[in-house]
Ligand binder design. Sequence first.
Ligand code: SF4
Length: 227
Amino acid sequence: MKSKYAWDDGFFHVTEIFDSIDGEGKRTGLMAVFVRLAGCNLRCSYCDTAYSLTLDDTKEALTEEEVLRRIHGYPWKRITLTGGEPMLHPLHHLCQVLGEEGYDINIETNGAVPLWRERPEGVFYTMDFKCTGSGMKAHMNRDNFKLLEPQDVLKFVVSSEEDMDEMKEIISHYFSGVRHPAFFVSPVWGRIEPEKLVEYVRKNRLQDVRVQVQLHKIIWDPDRRGV
Ligand code: SF4
């Protein structure tokens, strides 16, 4: 049976499974197994995974055992669960099993679905905050900020100075003087020069914000899939 954004038929609806380097975030450059799941509840203006936004983008419907078998086929002990929006899928038990097996599990989530209050061992979040340029800012779930821990990443993808002002405001309003996740800021590819982000961070003395570019878009063609 199909709900609006996620399947509830007991299968994982997978767009692709592959291994590559993590192109961004705290594991940048390290090899991981990527599991990309179909379906997303947002429609960001700059989305680069338009091939994984609806359930019709499913390429394979796999059981949990089949997903695990595919993951076990790779030598890497790092997993990146991505989409689409992976948290719309019933991931908790899968993550529990992977955590018990010693995997380091990165869940890339869009900031518009609730994070787990109790996360399985080995899980960290790379959570987006969608600024105005995405067109999706109104959907951000700010209650999630309280559940982010120092091992997590809060990522701002920005396309303008207005977006960067929002990032600054979020960090100072919600995270001043408290234990906080790592902050990353990335440019929307082709819309703003990375240099502008560095200038902004310097001018505003943002001590803990790391500027990044998506490494996979530099190494390969920016539109290439499965890398
Ligand atoms: S949340 Fe991610 S996958 Fe969903 S529309 Fe936005 S960029 Fe695309």
